[in-house]
Design a protein around this ligand. Sequence first.
Ligand SMILES: [Zn+2]
Length: 345
Amino acid sequence: MKALVLEKKLELNLRDIDLPNKVGLNDVKIKMHTVGICGSDIHYYEHGKIGQWNVNAPMVLGHEGSGTIIEVGADEKNLKVGDRVCIEPQIVSKTTKEYKLGIYNYDQEVKFWATPPIHGCLTPEVIFPSDMVYKLPDNLSYSEGAMVEPLAVGMQGVTKAKIKPGQIGLVMGCGPIGLVTALAALAGGCAKVYIADILSEKLKMCDYYPDLIPVDLSKENLETKIMNETKGWGVDRFFECSGAVKAYEAIFTCCSPGAHVVLIGNNAEPVPMNWAVLFAKGLEFQTVHRYSHQYEPSIRLLERGKINVKPMITHTFKFEESVEAFIRAAEHRPTDVKLQIKIDE
Ligand SMILES: [Zn+2]
């Protein structure tokens, strides 16, 4: 089957490759419609690795997918042919302790799409366990369906933040994950959310969202702004979504006493921590690695219009243009938020 294959660092081909074609008893076969390009896909393309994961053999990219069911396994009772769905791209073992504890995202053996050596979904048809496949409501498009995956990351962070109604949030980084985290924080009860970035152009997205308050770090002092606007108290909930070491400094200058800090933008470098402030303010820390149990709530919020991801989809490519799409994505244009590829026109 034809697929977008990352042969090795900086070498992509749209070519035929052998992929599984047997539908198991509890599987469904999905005709892929839309696949979003994730920061991790671009990172594998540019660097051939992320942390412990190395691309040692050709790998199909893509893990943010939606499509239509075209075949169901003999034991499948819930989904049927013709259902429009999105796919949570991880295959988990039901026997692990992590699964039993509801934290299956920490299972080291999890098979996650487009994480070596597991093939992703930038291909016309995929087969997947039905329990990780979710029906899309009629009012959601395939493009929105493909946004559930990144949204689930923000939802995981916001769930861990234990927001109380009316609180003030601060998100560092106005990329796709920063935006979905900020929108999830609003849906989760924040009255307003500041979102900070060093690139002014990225903050233009806030024009679509009145409760997101942009902070342009190239022009404004974050601490001064936050402290002025919160009467010296600081923000109640802090989300690091930039992956930049420098962004961590804001934890110590902008958080209120008792604030919850959620680290989402993974950073491979050691980060200096001002432990004295952490102790004095009683800050609580949480980390996010992918997500568990976030697809259903994410879909519900999209369905009810409580989160709108449509403005974030800034460009769509055809399947035949997949290589060009990645070359474009690797340009990291600040005005490109989410690029998607439509496999099925
Ligand atoms: Zn992703």
